[in-house]
Write a protein that binds this ligand. Structure first.
Ligand SMILES: [Zn+2]
Length: 432
């Protein structure tokens, strides 16, 4: 039975858990609004079917299931024994909506991992000193409505009521879509958790980046969810004839924008902070003709970092350099911010719990930042957040090629179980 590579194989329970995770993810992946692709937008028919399926799985794992006012599936179990934290519960969640033509693992694996961990703890007859609530959020991707994290912000008691009047591309308001889904928008305040009853929030998620694969590690502990700033940039020059205007008399908006973009990249790479990233992803040139000097350029700018200080310093430097370039080239420059979310640091106790879970599997504990946003960003308003990342192939996400190895997913469920047990030990330790 022995194999020379036994030490690289995960524990047998992890193998089984990984295979179960893959089966559940494959069933969820069949629920789509577009045949042949995985597209499951918030409050769509496919989301409705996914909600029912996840509810069935939660019930089978022994959880009491409800659907809240924002369409979050919530499966709850009470503490199995009396103690100071028996009135509290640990939240475990992620999302079951997807982007258009997305992957099967983003969000969905986190929900599956929560359900499998609860089921496995029951099978192992573990009695926890606190309750657990597994949450399957519906609006993480923000694809259908111009909203951000509507479902998790309601759980956190931080829902923005203005979201209810926002409309999708077909003109349906969020309020109308919720009612059609079977939810009651007037009950949104009831979706909010009482902070005094919550122990913390854990989320397992595919990394959506290449770091774990590069480090040859299946799992990593997230230290923070990166803060994010988004801007619309505008450069205003003057149109002119491409043949008759000499180079020294031009006010070329695109040449100025190109120089500004070069500076943006240089500033992000200057070594201020390894996690600092800046991206210009959209560019529109006006009038956009082959024989006309560009009069105007509109571009997008997205800046993220693991902490706020390097991000804010980079923004200030970009503004200053762009102003200098504009003055020298006689073009006007505007940088208008439209989205600003501060860094969400992960709670040290929850990071330690996930680290203990990874360590118990004999794996090296790597800590890394999440460059992508997550539901934890909203839940941070309610309670401490802990995140576990799972290696995904080539770091690909938001794409049908998204893939995580079942063996890695099994280890992730085991690490989640280990984290829950570490928190139970913390609670028991406080009592004695
Ligand atoms: Zn996600």
């Amino acid at each position: 039975m022995s194999t020379p590579h036994y030490e690289t194989l995960p524990p047998s329970d992890a193998v089984t858990l990984g295979e179960r995770a893959q089966r559940l993810i494959s069933s969820l992946a069949t629920l789509t609004d577009e045949p042949g692709r995985i597209t499951r937008h918030y409050l769509s028919p496919a989301h409705r079917r996914a909600t029912d399926l996840v509810g069935d799985w939660m019930r089978a794992a022994g959880l009491a299931v409800s659907l809240d006012a924002l369409g979050t599936v919530r499966g709850r179990q009470e503490a199995r024994r009396a103690g100071p934290s028996s009135g509290k519960r640990l939240l475990i969640g992620s999302h079951i909506d997807t982007v258009t033509d997305g992957g099967a693992y983003d969000g969905n694996f986190g929900v599956v991992a929560g359900i499998l961990a609860v089921d496995e703890l029951r099978r192992r007859r573990v009695s926890l000193p606190f309750g657990i609530e597994v949450l399957a959020f519906g609006d993480e991707e923000g694809v259908r409505f111009p909203t951000t994290l509507a479902s998790s912000s309601a759980v956190a008691g931080a829902f923005n009521p203005a979201f209810l009047d926002r409309r999708d591309a077909a003109g349906v308001s969020l309020r109308e879509a919720l009612v059609a889904f079977g939810c009651d928008p007037d009950a949104i305040p009831d979706a909010a958790c009482d902070p005094d009853e919550i122990l913390g929030y854990l989320e397992v998620h595919i990394e959506q980046g290449p770091v774990l694969e590069h480090e040859k590690l299946p799992l990593g502990v997230v230290t923070s969810i990166a803060g994010q700033s988004r801007f619309k940039g505008i450069v205003l020059g003057e149109a002119g004839h491409a043949g008759t205007a000499p180079m020294n008399l031009r006010r070329d908006a695109l040449a100025a924008a190109a120089e500004i973009m070069g500076e943006i990249e240089r500033i992000a790479r200057a070594g201020r902070d390894d996690s600092l990233v800046a991206t210009v992803g959209q560019l529109a040139v006006t009038p956009g003709a082959v024989n006309v000097i560009p009069a105007r350029v509109d571009f997008s700018l997205d800046i993220r970092a693991a902490s706020d200080a390097p991000r804010l310093a980079a923004i200030a430097e970009i503004r200053a350099r762009a102003r200098e370039i504009g003055e020298r080239r006689h073009v006007a420059f505007l940088l208008e911010g439209y989205h600003e979310s501060p860094t969400t640091p992960c709670a040290p106790q929850l990071q330690a719990a996930f680290a203990a879970g990874i360590d118990a599997l004999g794996q090296r504990v790597l800590r890394l930042t999440s460059g992508a946003g997550h539901d934890g960003h909203a839940i941070h308003h309610l309670t401490g957040v802990g995140m576990l990342f799972v290696r995904c192939r080539r770091g690909i996400s938001h794409n049908p090629l998204e893939f995580a190895e079942p063996a890695d997913m099994g280890l992730a469920v085991e690490a989640l179980i280990g984290a829950i047990l570490a928190l139970a030990r913390d609670e028991d330790g406080e009592r004695s």
